[in-house]
Structures are given as structure tokens and as C-alpha cells.
Design a protein around this ligand. Structure first.
Ligand SMILES: [Zn+2]
Length: 61
């Protein structure tokens, strides 16, 4: 599995400030675990951030 880049990003909910780590190519809608606001929507294989901002891009170790 080491040849597959892990494009995880840490995002922050713009509604409540909760931080979550998500997969950048999410294929489903992701909601905030705290306030349930929609944070990420799938968009052609790459997630579109709607209610959150990127805090950090996590590189694979
Ligand atoms: Zn939230």
C-alpha cells in the first residue's frame, strides 16, 4: 500500500471550530462530528470543501 499516496487533510469546521482529519478524495458527504454541518462534498473524485477550511495537509509517513 506504500505506493498509494494518502491524501489526508486536517480541516476545521467553520461553524463550530471542530477539527477533523478527512480523506481528500472523499466519495461521500462528510459532516462535522460536533454540529453536523456539511463540511465536504464529493466532486469528481476530489472532495470539495464547503463548510470548513484546511488546517494542515498530512503527508504520508
Ligand atoms: Zn462543526
Amino acid at each position: 500500500m506504500r505506493n498509494i499516496p494518502s491524501n489526508f487533510i486536517k480541516v476545521k469546521c467553520q461553524n463550530c471550530g471542530n477539527e477533523s482529519t478527512i480523506f481528500q478524495r472523499a466519495s461521500t458527504t462528510i459532516t462535522c462530528g460536533v454540529c453536523e454541518a456539511i463540511m465536504v462534498e464529493p466532486a469528481g473524485g476530489k472532495a470539495r470543501l464547503v463548510g470548513c477550511s484546511i488546517v494542515e495537509v498530512l503527508e504520508s509517513a
